[in-house]
Write a protein that binds this ligand. Structure first.
Ligand SMILES: Nc1ncnc2c1ncn2[C@@H]1O[C@H](COP(=O)(O)OP(=O)(O)O)[C@@H](O)[C@H]1O
Ligand SMILES: [Mg+2]
Length: 422
């Protein structure tokens, strides 16, 4: 599980940290920085894909003119806080051994216009033990590098301590993704830690559901839900091939949507693509063409969580969008049930502090407010239950106060503004 994300000069975060729980709800007004946090996770995910920094931040094309990866919104010019020359991201997560924590950090130099971004420094640490690899370890003399390379020390025990040989890596691409294949890296332990880190960052999905994408027919066998909900029908078809999953799907659709669904039909078109039709108890048939946006969003979230190829980390944009308020707590219930198994972790964004009232106590304590103080460009992150006023309001269940626009932001501005320092 990911435990903490640190952002330095990334998008509108100058220097901020986000603690992560099994379910972390991010609440904040428009343009507070919620999707910038998604971009930070996506950037780390891009590292696991083996792309160069230019590809991760820009875009990645493959043969045939196929766009494989959409980069970070705003590209290289807007990735660093207020056009700073560099930014850094750091993530803390469970290591391969019990109660072992790893910390991966990457610092990226943007460089002048027209040159690709480069890795300025990169390291993987075992908390409390020291580095697995580090491009500038505290060693004397520091390893030499040229403008196109990073000299990286690898963890190896010697008489002088945990300092191993320096190996040179191209700085256009993260060291993490070059390390495993590098002919000079022979240390199995180092490779194992790198593989573990890559796999922690690889299993991530970013869902920003769009009803148009979910209504498109899809080819049987496509079992990975696209970020916008593409392949919804074929993902659900694969779920329905497994009786126990089909049963769970039916139960959840009946719970979460107004439909009394008893059966799922997948009708192929001329091209062999299938489209889902829900059949209700009374024979009423609703295809995904005519299903409501809210129903489609529920279906996609169930597909993502029950799907045959689930990810370990999900980032859901605007959880409450298109979903009737009276059914939100059921969706939260489904999510909390899934994350409680420990195999899935989720971060979800919301405009609505009202959602706090539907969270269990545990996930409420992990919920964070993303906010900007008046007249300040940089965003901040705070655990909502750590804001004294908010904790009191949530406890007394005076949720109407949370609804009122900007109440939480006012509460933090009061305790967090320049006056607080007086
Ligand atoms: N490099 C940057 N430096 C400073 N602010 C930025 C940068 N990139 C984006 N922003 C600001 O971030 C805000 C958008 O944040 P976003 O995460 O999309 O908001 P939301 O919370 O609605 O998802 C905008 O106000 C934009 O000005
Ligand atoms: Mg957003």
């Amino acid at each position: 599980m990911l435990k903490h994300l640190r952002l330095e000069r990334f998008k509108n975060f100058e220097d901020s940290g986000l603690d992560l729980g099994p379910l972390t709800l991010l609440v904040g007004t428009n343009a507070s920085g919620k999707s910038n946090l998604r971009d930070a996770f996506r950037l780390l995910h891009g590292v696991s894909r083996g792309y160069t920094m230019a590809e991760i931040i820009g875009e990645k094309w493959i043969e045939g003119g196929v766009l494989q990866w959409k980069g970070i919104r705003g590209g290289t010019r807007e990735v660093a806080y207020q056009q700073a020359p560099a930014f850094a991201l750091e993530v803390t997560f469970d290591g391969p051994e019990p109660s072992q924590m790893l910390l991966y950090r990457i610092e990226v130099a943007i460089g002048p216009n027209g040159t690709p971004p480069r890795v300025a420094r990169e390291r993987l640490l075992i908390e409390g033990k020291g580095f697995v690899f580090d491009s500038h370890p505290d060693s004397n003399p520091p390893p030499q590098a040229d403008p196109l390379h990073l000299a990286v020390r690898l963890r190896k025990k010697s008489r002088e301590g945990w300092v191993g040989p320096a190996v040179s890596f191209i700085n256009e691409r993260p060291v993490l993704s070059q390390l495993i294949e590098h002919p000079e890296v022979k240390l199995e332990k180092v490779k194992e830690m790198a593989r573990h880190t890559i796999s922690a960052l690889a299993s991530m999905r970013f869902l920003d559901l769009s009803p148009e994408a979910m209504r498109l027919p899809s080819l049987p066998g496509q079992t990975i839900l696209g970020d916008r909900g593409e392949n919804l029908s074929s993902v659900l078809q694969a779920i329905c091939e497994k009786p126990e999953l089909e049963h769970a799907l039916t139960e959840w659709v009946r719970e979460l949507t107004p439909l009394d669904a008893t059966e799922f039909e997948f009708t192929p078109d001329q091209t062999g693509r299938v489209l889902l039709t829900l059949v209700e108890e009374n024979g009423q048939r609703t295809s995904v063409y005519s299903a409501s946006d809210g129903t489609l969003r529920f279906l996609a979230m169930i597909a993502a969580l029950l799907g045959t190829q689930p990810a370990r980390f999900y980032f859901f944009e605007e959880l409450e969008n298109g979903i009737h308020p009276t059914r939100l707590h059921l969706l939260i219930g489904l999510i909390e049930q899934k994350v409680a198994t420990g195999s899935i972790q989720m971060v979800a964004t919301s405009h609505s502090p009202q959602l706090l009232g539907t969270l269990s106590e545990a996930s409420r304590s992990d919920a964070a407010l993303i906010y900007r103080l008046p007249n300040q460009a940089c965003a901040r992150i705070r655990r909502i239950m750590g804001i004294p006023e908010a904790a009191r309001v949530v406890q007394t269940r005076d949720l109407a106060r949370l609804h009122s626009s900007g109440w939480l932001e006012d509460a933090v501005a009061f305790t967090d503004g320049p006056e607080a320092a007086l």
